[in-house]
Design a protein around this ligand. Structure first.
Ligand code: HEM
Length: 473
């Protein structure tokens, strides 16, 4: 094993108070290197104050953080008291929060299911859940296996790889390309655009342009030639999404799926390669992988602190007064490890909140879990002697308040020859094996005429935000 250090992009500069665990406002910080290295210490400190505390999530940006399991459920399951729409965020509206704050991409309003409430949420989410439910798990498994083989073939002969950059980050994109019915020319643009966005030294403008082109092209294509894929199913849904709504939901689906998906794969691999409780049985089938995924979803959930809500009126939460218009983050990571939570985590207990709960719970948990477990099984199957290329303590976590994400996952293994697999991935007919579900949505007669930000300036800024959102900053 070499002792090559893992990188840590985006850490605050030396001297920044976030290093010491506090932001400039004197509140515990969720964006510094200290928090990234040891979130549990921050959670313990916050719990000592009560189930809800004020934290700083970026320089000059404060929010409430819920650390108890019961209070988390209270927020997630009480739409009559808490709403998602970020246009309620007063400090952003009045300019107190700088519009270029690094947390804005993950918090700003867009006309998608994540930020919608009430009937509009039901309408947008219905199109998503009904379409995702038509994805056949066997076809999905096949696509993950083929995508995994393609990637492993690239680095396998080398004997070493960064499983984050070369595997976990790329594989979900290849799979989504198939799920969403991207023909190879658009799919190539999509993958190049998305990968460019993740590459902090790449040309983000060009990456954005490629993505816009790919998604607009995809929507136009599927309007003309619908096929058996998630994009076409969403278009055909009684919710009658217009083109702009389609693009926004596609971005949500791909953005929501990519970063957490890569983190579930890589956090799971890290555990399997470093923890004797799992590593001893690597050759023994799928149980250790499923156990490791459960452990990650409990202990290191890919979305650590998110599920942002706003109190509809000034109210009390967990014993503290929370004014309307201030963001409330649910710490899924802290809630899962709440010392007051009496639960036996062994034996596949999945009462964790890694997928959130309530109306906005992740609509893709089954495919997301399948993608992660097949991706991990395939890698361990092809590279049975893979091991970490650094000590586990040397692996750096990427700073940031929302994700639990490794900065890199360097591994080494005896080189293998590429498999003689075809580079072609089957066409989209593989998805067409499930009947359309009876829709959860009443037919909607008008879906056009909604007021959205328009114009090239607004669009450009929006896409720049998107770049940082996808990077999880
Ligand atoms: C391991 C992977 C994943 C994890 C841990 C995860 C976790 C979550 C969480 C915690 C939420 C709630 C966010 C909030 O309320 O603010 C969420 C929502 C969502 N997720 Fe996932 N997700 C994963 C994969 C995916 C994938 C693969 C897709 C799409 C194919 C997806 C699509 C969505 C969408 C559309 C929402 C918004 C739902 C709504 O607001 O009604 N997720 N996810």
């Amino acid at each position: 094993m070499s002792s090559q250090p893992a990188t840590s992009e985006g850490a605050p500069p030396p001297g920044c108070p976030a290093h010491a665990g506090y932001g400039g406002r004197g509140l515990p910080s969720l964006y510094g290197a200290g928090y990234a290295a040891d979130p549990t210490a921050t959670f313990a400190q916050l719990r000592a104050q009560g189930p809800v505390s004020q934290v700083e999530i970026a320089p000059g940006v404060s929010a409430w953080l819920v650390t108890s399991y019961d209070t988390a459920l209270e927020v997630l399951r009480s739409p009559e008291r808490f709403a998602k729409d970020p246009r309620r965020w007063r400090a952003l509206a009045d300019g107190t929060v700088p519009p270029d704050s690094p947390v804005i991409p993950m918090m700003m309003y867009r006309p998608n299911a994540l930020w919608a409430d009430g009937a509009e949420h039901v309408r947008l989410r219905g199109a998503i859940t009904d379409s995702l439910s038509r994805v056949d798990p066997n076809a999905l498994r096949g696509y993950v296996e083929q995508s995994a083989d393609r990637l492993i073939d690239r680095f396998g002969p080398r004997g070493h790889a960064d499983l984050l950059g070369e595997y976990g980050a790329v594989l979900p994109l290849l799979v989504f390309e198939q799920m969403f019915g991207c023909p190879s020319d658009l799919g190539a643009k999509l993958v190049e655009g998305m990968s460019g966005i993740f590459d902090s030294e790449g040309d983000a403008e060009r990456a954005n342009a490629l993505l816009v082109e790919a998604l607009s092209g995809l929507v136009a294509l599927k309007r003309q030639q619908p096929a058996a894929d998630v994009t076409s199913w969403m278009m055909a849904h009684p919710a009658q999404l217009n083109d702009e709504e389609m693009i926004h939901q596609l971005i949500l689906l791909m953005g929501a799926g990519t970063e957490p998906q890569q983190n579930l794969i890589c956090n799971g691999l890290r555990l399997l390669l470093s923890d004797d409780r799992f590593g001893g049985h690597l050759a023994g089938g799928s149980m250790p992988v499923e156990d490791a995924l459960d452990e990650v979803l409990w202990m290191d959930p890919p979305m650590a602190n998110y599920c942002i809500h706003y109190a509809l009126y000034d109210l009390e939460l967990g014993g503290v007064p929370v004014p309307a218009g201030e963001p409330i983050l649910v710490s899924l990571a802290a809630a899962n490890t709440d010392p007051n939570l009496v639960t036996d985590r062994r034996g596949g207990n999945r009462a964790h909140l890694a997928w959130s709960a309530g109306a906005h719970t992740c609509p893709a948990k089954d495919p997301a879990r399948l993608i992660a477990s097949v991706a991990i099984e395939k890698l361990l199957d092809r590279l049975p002697d893979v091991e970490l290329d650094v000590r586990v303590e040397e692996l750096a976590w990427r700073p940031g308040p929302f994700h639990r994400a490794l900065a890199a996952l360097p591994v080494c293994f005896p080189p293998i020859a590429p498999q003689a697999i075809t580079d072609e991935i089957p066409g989209d007919s593989g998805w067409n094996v499930r009947p359309a579900p009876s829709s959860s949505m009443p037919p909607v007669t008008t879906s056009t005429g909604r007021q959205h930000e328009s114009g090239s300036k607004g669009q450009r800024r929006w896409w720049n935000f998107l770049a940082r959102w996808w990077r999880g900053q």
